[in-house]
Design a protein around this ligand. Structure first.
Ligand code: ATP
Ligand code: MG
Ligand code: MG
Length: 306
């Protein structure tokens, strides 16, 4: 079973404007819709679209607006079991998209979890997640310190689960120190963690010393990975991009799908590229279309990086 653990999910309100956002003006909307926010939930939504991959989304959710979050989960047919936080609301993010391109994101800090909420999550993990299971962990909510995050990772490892994280900053540092099974920083996240002028694949190599099967994603330039002592870059073909929000989560989904199916690292990366280069062709942060895969696979280029 693949468990996605989202400590701070979000309800995203995407607003497209007729013009560009201007102060002291009545900014008229062209279109608006509601989408899922909080990275690991995207992984569950995309796994459902891939099919044949048992998975469950868990984490914390606010009791006061639970019905709306659940309605979004159900739109993606997700299997979900979140721990209720009483008297709180799951955060909402407002994403304003200008007619001429470019966007603004306004978000809330989200749930504030107590020691008793954290204990419930830890119990859920010890009761449900075991060896053979895969856990995809997201960035913590308020009240969940970096050391709590370390504890969560250690607990998952004690349960013998395969642990994957897509986190940045100090959380990425902890994921490396704890030598988890998979991380996918993008190149900006690696540059923030390891400043300096070294080429990105040299910095990435320092990441691989801790997590040998890590991947560094490079946006439209694809992804960097290491097999034995050689670095490779897998580059997707040029596609028509509608939105790159959630591209990283789609990559993680494809990779984890490969782990669950026993694929080697090259095929895991290929599935990461298939899912993510499909995702960018759709507006929603967790929408793919398997019909996009043929073109991507036939035009995917892989070269060595020296
Ligand atoms: P996120 O914003 O979701 O956190 P990220 O910055 O972590 O994303 P990226 O490196 O931007 O992740 O993208 C992840 C993957 O998505 C890339 O490896 C690539 O396969 C695909 N991708 C991103 N942008 C494009 C694009 N313009 N065209 C094709 N594929 C893309
Ligand atoms: Mg990016
Ligand atoms: Mg990312």
């Amino acid at each position: 079973m693949i468990y996605t653990i989202t400590p701070n999910p979000a309800i995203d309100r995407i607003v497209y404007l007729e013009g560009d956002l201007t102060p002291e003006k009545n900014n008229i909307t062209k279109e608006k819709y509601v989408d899922l926010g909080g990275k690991p939930t995207h992984v569950s939504a995309i796994l459902e679209q891939l099919g044949d991959t048992p998975n469950k989304a868990t984490g914390f959710s606010g009791e006061l607006n639970k019905a709306e979050l659940v309605s979004i989960f159900e739109k993606y047919r997700m299997n979900h079991e979140f721990i209720n936080i009483p008297d709180q609301r799951t955060r909402e993010s407002i994403i304003v998209i200008n007619n001429s391109g470019g966007s603004y994101m306004i978000t809330e800090r989200g749930l504030m979890v107590s020691d008793s909420d954290k204990s419930k999550l830890y119990s859920y993990i010890t009761e449900n997640i075991h060896s053979e299971d895969i856990a995809v962990v997201g960035k913590p909510a308020q009240g969940f310190s970096v050391e709590d995050f370390r504890y969560l990772i250690r607990l998952l490892k004690e349960q013998n689960a395969y642990v994957a994280c897509d986190v940045a900053g100090e959380y990425l540092g902890v994921a490396l120190e704890e030598e988890i099974d998979f991380i996918k920083p993008n190149k900006h996240e690696i540059n923030d963690l390891l400043p300096g002028d070294e080429p990105i694949h040299r910095k990435f190599n320092r990441i691989c010393e801790k997590v040998p099967n890590a991947v560094c994603s490079l946006g439209s330039e694809g992804a960097l990975y290491k097999v034995e002592n050689t670095f490779y870059q897998a580059v997707p073909p040029k596609v028509e991009v509608q939105s790159d929000t959630g591209a990283g989560d789609a990559f993680v989904t494809g990779y984890i799908y490969g782990v669950a199916n026993g694929y080697d690292i090259s095929d895991r990366v290929k599935w990461g590229i298939l899912c993510s280069a499909s995702k960018v062709q759709h507006y929603s942060s967790c929408q793919i279309n398997k019909e996009d895969f043929g073109f991507i696979e036939n035009n995917l280029k892989i070269h060595e990086v020296i």
